[in-house]
Design a protein around this ligand. Structure first.
Ligand code: ZN
Length: 438
């Protein structure tokens, strides 16, 4: 199965529905940077993908960081003495600050307040808060609830454990013929939040399944399902010998909302991955904005740190922090749209189709235009726009196949779609007018 066929035959609606169902299945699980929720999530992904699951012990040194203790929760709630629960982990895992230490206490409201978090500007939403690297605890509530809490004493119950255990991540390696590879990386550390980042887990899984089904691959593709920051640092520390083979990659995040795409370029910009994404999104046709690299955001800041320096960009729809639902209970299953998931998958399949299909050619008849009609290359051309487009594609490929330009560069210059150029190149090769250059 050629990837061009996969792309042409993609049923976006069906794939979107499948990905949304996966998001819905993963949604209730309480994930964090370590713990049972991460394992449960990877086990579900592993039903479809032959994932390798890695367990790295707490206390392991990874560059300047240390793998933290493992966090697990059985239950957590808060209630006025003798009253109803006002925050209940079993109703929403967002109610508990992630990595909260175990607590069982009765406290007056005044002492409790520093541990309570809300969003006054969105009084019905529960915020998402974490305290990974500072021992702390807390509850997140709708501001409407927080505001109405009566004075008096409150019972706090956080039945959690923070103990030596493991950091867990999943990895899928799909080898390719060239020995070089591209990386796709997404977070698995967020609890019940749909767009950030279950949407990208679903899109990455679907992309991985499509690439795994290919008979042959020019490049290898590696998929990482890792906790944010500490996960990429841990993977990089354990895989330094492999980095020279990585030509580039993408961090995938926030790929399920109804917004257009934002592509954040790799550290140096202008690398193969940057050109491929640029061309793929132009051909894909949804709105796209490109922004330069910055050492901020998701794991591109680790992949793009100076001592690692991988050409890893970041593809999102609306970036983190640019939509009000981000890191709140409003980032729910309704916020993620099956059509957006389907479009994200289609765009990424196009990126990989370009990486797999990009070539550099030499025009073997460069003195004036070769006579295309004599070689039967006009034969299948109709008189309409379709025929003119194909002819134009051939003329661009012939003109710029001077040894300096590859198909991606020809696409950038001509604004003809990559697939159209590739088709033209195949026809010209067949007619003996081109030869491939290394
Ligand atoms: Zn996040």
């Amino acid at each position: 199965m050629d990837l061009r066929d996969t792309l042409a035959n993609l049923d976006r609606a069906a794939a979107g529905a499948r990905m949304h169902a996966l998001v819905a299945r993963l949604f209730p699980i309480c994930r964090s940077i370590t713990g049972a929720g991460v394992r449960d999530t990877l086990a579900i992904l592993g039903e479809r993908l032959p994932l390798a699951i890695h367990e790295v012990p707490s206390g392991t040194s990874v560059f300047d960081w240390t793998v933290p203790p493992e966090w697990n929760v059985r239950d957590a709630w808060l209630r006025p003495v003798g009253g109803q629960k006002v925050a209940d982990f079993r109703r929403s895992n967002l109610h508990l600050v992630s990595y909260s230490v175990p607590v069982r206490a009765t406290l007056p409201l005044a002492e409790l307040r520093p541990h309570l978090h809300s969003l006054p500007e969105h009084p019905d939403w529960i915020p998402y808060r974490t305290s990974y690297y500072k021992e702390d605890w807390g509850f997140c509530l709708p501001h409407r609830v927080l505001d109405a809490l009566p004075d008096g004493d409150y019972e706090v119950e956080i039945d959690s454990t923070l103990a030596d255990g493991h950091l867990t991540y999943g990895e899928l390696e799909l080898p390719g013929e060239s020995g070089e590879e591209f990386l796709f990386s997404c977070h698995i550390c967020h609890p019940s939040l749909a767009n950030d980042n279950l949407a990208s887990i679903a899109v990455a899984s679907e992309l991985a399944a499509a690439l795994a089904a290919l008979g042959e691959r020019r490049y290898g593709y590696r998929f990482l399902f890792i906790p944010g920051t500490i996960g990429s640092i841990t993977w990089l520390a354990r895989n330094q010998a492999r980095l020279a083979r990585i030509r580039g990659g993408l961090v995938l995040a926030n790929l399920g909302d109804a917004g257009g795409f934002t592509y954040k370029r790799s550290r140096h910009g202008g690398r193969q991955i940057d050109h491929a994404v640029d061309c793929a999104l132009r051909d894909h046709g949804e709105p796209c904005r490109e922004i330069p690299f910055s050492p901020w955001g998701y794991d591109e800041r680790q992949y793009g740190s100076p001592g690692i320096d991988l050409a890893v960009g970041r593809l999102t729809r609306t970036p983190h922090g640019e939509y009000p639902q981000y890191h709140t209970s409003a980032d729910d299953l309704d916020f993620v749209k099956p059509a957006a998931l389907g479009g994200s998958l289609a765009a990424l399949l196009r990126v990989v189709t370009i990486l797999e299909g990009n070539r550099r050619y030499l025009n073997l008849s460069p003195q004036c235009e070769p006579q295309l009609g004599r070689r039967g290359l006009y034969r299948s051309l109709g008189g309409g726009a379709e025929g003119r487009e194909r002819e134009l594609a051939m003329l661009w490929v012939l003109n710029l196949s001077d040894g300096d330009h590859d198909l991606l560069q020809i696409a950038e210059r001509s604004r003809v779609s990559f697939l159209r150029l590739r088709e033209a190149a195949d026809e010209l090769l067949g007619a003996g007018l081109l030869r491939e250059r290394a």
